[in-house]
Ligand binder design. Structure first.
Ligand SMILES: [Zn+2]
Length: 127
């Protein structure tokens, strides 16, 4: 009885090891995972820019003319870029407000502080 219990626990231990190895392989080798990281970074950047713009507006009472104006106000030395393309973000100003969008069009946009993607619960879009 004791021997079969031991065998069973060794089998489940092996399953855990195999599962951990497979998980490591999937996370380490998959190109999709790198793209997912780019997407998350890009969306985080757009949230940061959106916050910069809102702060700029609350201080100056108007929207910045371009992203450089908002980023200069935020004292950022280098402009934020999409990690996939290395290009600066697009900024559109209209009567209904502003839109910050990914330059390669892969990662969505933020319109008036609202992202067009479903937020995964870890970060909030509202300041
Ligand atoms: Zn992007």
């Amino acid at each position: 009885m004791g021997a079969s219990d031991r065998r069973r626990s060794r089998a489940s231990f092996l399953l855990v090891i195999i599962g951990a190895i497979m998980l490591a392989a999937v996370m380490g080798c998959s190109g999709d995972n790198g793209e997912l990281i780019d997407q998350e970074t890009c969306r985080a950047n757009m949230n940061v820019l959106s916050t910069d713009i809102i702060v700029y507006h609350s201080i100056h009472g108007r929207w910045p003319e371009d992203l450089a104006e908002a980023e200069a106000y935020a004292r950022r030395r280098e402009p934020l870029v999409c990690p996939s393309s290395g290009e600066c973000y697009e900024y559109d100003l209209s009567d209904s407000g502003y839109v910050v969008s990914c330059p390669c069009g892969l990662h969505g946009f933020v319109s008036m502080g609202r992202p067009n993607w479903v937020v995964g619960g870890t970060e909030s879009s509202t300041p």
